[in-house]
Design a protein around this ligand. Structure first.
Ligand code: DMJ
Length: 668
């Protein structure tokens, strides 16, 4: 048998001589044994002192257990092979899988990045981008420690037909005065059976989306509905941030799904700890989905857990605002406080991101009594207000160090969109107090519409992409379809010289967005559609043909339905519900589509958290009475989380102002 040590077989004249037993090793053998033992010892000591699992454990058993716990926490994706593609799997009912997030980044992110990168390259004439900054911010965030123990704010389904809850607030909105929670008004008894059925259908969709998330991805950010497991490469990464829970909570509430709401609330109270998250989070996405979602739940229920968690999230983001101008960086890692910019944006922050924090941060200051959040967004507002706007337009990129614009690209779609939305909504939600915001909105819209609003040969209005004040792409993003609702709101909330134009534009843009749906085989819109050559409201490039369960068009249907009562908006919404059911619903939830022009499209295998937060909420509201979240009393943030209007809504819940300190000589 061949051992590790040499046998030293002796040969005499080429003939092996039988071995003679020896009592001791030769010198060379001794050296070899000693060096093997030494190596072994060094490795063992290294493991003991340098591997964290071993170092922190008191016994080997603990160490093994800790490693086991980590593997368990990482979830099955660590060990499980990727799912089979459609032709390898027989049981996917409607659609096949487009490989998603395997072997790299989420294709949504990659596509977006590619698209944005292309835009930037074009804008910059293929100039090499500056290196992104990697700044270590001082650890200034003040975590508020563990949340308070659960309070009993959520007891009964707060439905309007519950006699006990029939208190009528001064604003005519039903509020349970004992705990000040929002009471869901019952449907008007005269409601058409057909409308009831449509509303119930949307509620059932929510149940399907939620139950499957709960079954396969509970506590993770999003669900892969076709592979029936957690989506670990979502915009919030693979950590346990429960994006779908936080984003979906207020939809559950307004649909009266109180058992599910309670489950979500308890998970948030017990397991939501943003400071433990060791991954880059988008300041914008985290604000609109988490801070926005939690603040909505606080307004609806008065449950302090939501308010405190919202503050915890915002506190984790605050170091990103430590820049010379106060314009925040795009990304922050909550656990080590390192800030970063998107590599595709160079040194710049993005207009739609830095301009879409205002509602959440000011309302958070109102309900906590802590002014720090308002100060942060007021500073951003000042920069944007004071900076010179080329031809009255706001470019999409701004450098947080210099406060100078980056590329001169302007859009009401990706990278620009919700900045404009928040100027209008900051004014609405403060009950018209924030006049500067409304003024900036109207001032921005006139040149924007003059440059961007175009009409196709067949008469479709659309919003083109503008660079240096000129149209450079006859293309409209699905993201821009929110603009119908925005212009309609702007038109009806203030009479000025632009009001008629706003409503006209609102209707025309929403009509065009509906055409983008109607012209696709699936009756679902592509991600972007063009108006050049033979194309009219159709995508041309393959990366534009996907549908990501986006809500913007339905948001406009909802707002326009409320404001005009034109039946076509409900009809269009119902067409969308049917298309979603036919093409996006799978056994494990709802999936986006890869190509809306294919009669049996592949699925992208992602159930986006905004599908629950926005898409289903707006569709549900479309078939509800106006008394459910009336527009005079609630303003929806860009993720469809309703915020109460100051001084009009009894659920505003402003924290009591601290008493003013008066000196003996009556000086303040
Ligand atoms: C949502 O997160 C928000 O609506 C955001 O403003 C834009 N994109 C998505 C939905 O498409």
């Amino acid at each position: 048998m061949t051992g590790i040590l040499p046998s030293y077989q002796r040969f005499v004249n080429g003939v092996p001589v039988p071995s003679i037993s020896r009592r001791s090793f030769r010198l060379r053998e001794k050296y070899l044994i000693i060096s093997v033992l030494l190596t072994f010892g060094i490795v063992w000591l290294g493991a003991l002192f340098y591997l964290p699992e071993f170092k922190s454990s008191t016994s080997v058993n603990d160490s093994v257990y800790n490693v086991y716990k980590r593997i368990q926490k990482a979830g099955p994706e660590l060990l499980m092979p990727p799912p089979l593609a459609q032709n390898e799997v027989g049981d996917f009912p409607v659609v096949g899988i487009a490989r998603h997030g395997e072997g790299g980044d989420d294709p949504h992110v990659v596509e977006d990045r590619n698209r944005l990168q292309a835009k930037i390259d074009e804008d910059m004439g293929m100039k090499v981008l500056e290196r992104p900054q990697f700044d270590v911010a001082p650890s200034g965030s003040s975590s508020r420690g563990p949340s308070k123990p659960p309070v009993d704010a959520i007891e009964e389904p707060a439905l309007g037909n519950n006699a006990a809850n029939k208190n009528v607030s001064p604003s005519n909105q039903k509020v349970d005065s004992s705990v000040q929670k929002y009471v869901i008004p019952a449907l008007d008894p005269g409601t058409d059976v057909d409308v009831r059925h449509k509303r119930d259908t949307v509620k059932e969709m929510m149940r399907h989306a939620w139950n499957n998330y709960k079954l396969y991805a509970w506590g993770k950010n999003e669900l892969k509905p076709m592979s029936k497991r957690a989506h670990l490469t979502s915009v919030f990464g693979g950590g346990d941030l429960g994006a779908t829970i936080v984003d979906g909570m207020d939809t559950l509430y307004i649909m009266g799904m109180m058992d599910e709401f309670r489950e979500g609330r308890d998970w948030i109270a017990d397991h939501f700890h943003i400071n433990e998250i060791d991954t880059d989070l988008s300041v914008f996405e985290t604000t609109i989905r988490f801070v926005g979602g939690l603040l909505s739940c606080y307004a609806l229920t008065g449950d302090m857990v939501f308010r405190d968690k919202a503050a915890e999230v915002a506190d984790a983001l605050l170091p990103a605002f430590d820049t010379p101008t106060g314009i925040p960086y795009a990304l922050i890692n909550p656990s080590n406080k390192v800030n970063r910019q998107y590599h595709w944006a160079g040194a710049n922050s993005i207009l739609s991101e830095v301009g879409t924090l205002h509602m959440e941060f000011t309302y958070l200051s109102e309900v906590t009594g802590n002014d720090i959040y308002r100060q942060k967004v007021d500073r951003i507002r000042d920069v944007l207000h004071n900076i010179q706007k080329p031809e009255g337009l706001y470019p999409n990129y701004i450098n947080p160090r210099t406060g100078m614009w980056g590329q001169r690209h302007t859009s009401l779609g990706a990278l620009g969109d919700s900045f404009y939305e928040y100027l209008l909504k900051a004014w609405l939600v403060t009950n018209n107090e924030d006049e500067q915001a409304r003024m900036m909105f109207d001032e921005a819209m006139q040149p924007a519409l003059d440059k961007m609003l175009r009409t196709s040969p067949s008469g479709l209005s659309y919003l083109a992409e503008v660079k240096y004040g000129r149209v450079y792409e006859e293309k409209m993003d699905h993201l821009s379809c929110f603009a119908g609702g925005m212009f309609a709101l702007a038109s009806t909330t203030l009479q000025n010289t632009l009001s008629d134009r706003y409503m006209d534009v609102a209707k025309k843009l929403t009509h065009t967005c509906h055409e983008a749906y109607a012209r696709a085989d699936t009756k679902l819109s592509p991600e972007a559609f063009r108006f050049s050559g033979a194309a009219e409201a159709r995508a041309m490039k393959s990366n534009e043909k996907m549908y990501l369960l986006r809500p913007e068009t339905f948001e406009s249907y909802f707002i326009l339905w409320r404001l005009t009562k034109d039946q076509k908006y409900r009809d269009w919404g119902w067409e969308a519900v049917q298309a979603l059911e036919k093409h996006c619903r799978v056994e494990g939830g709802y999936t986006g589509l890869v190509n809306v022009y294919h009669p049996t499209p592949l699925g992208d295998d992602v159930q986006q958290s905004f599908f629950l937060a926005e898409t289903l909420k707006y569709l549900y509201l479309l078939f509800s009475d106006d008394s459910l979240l009336p527009l005079e009393e609630w303003v929806f943030n860009t993720e469809a989380h309703p915020f109460p209007v100051k001084d009009r809504n009894p659920l505003y819940r402003a924290a009591p102002k601290p008493p003013l300190l008066v000196h003996e000589d009556n000086r303040l």
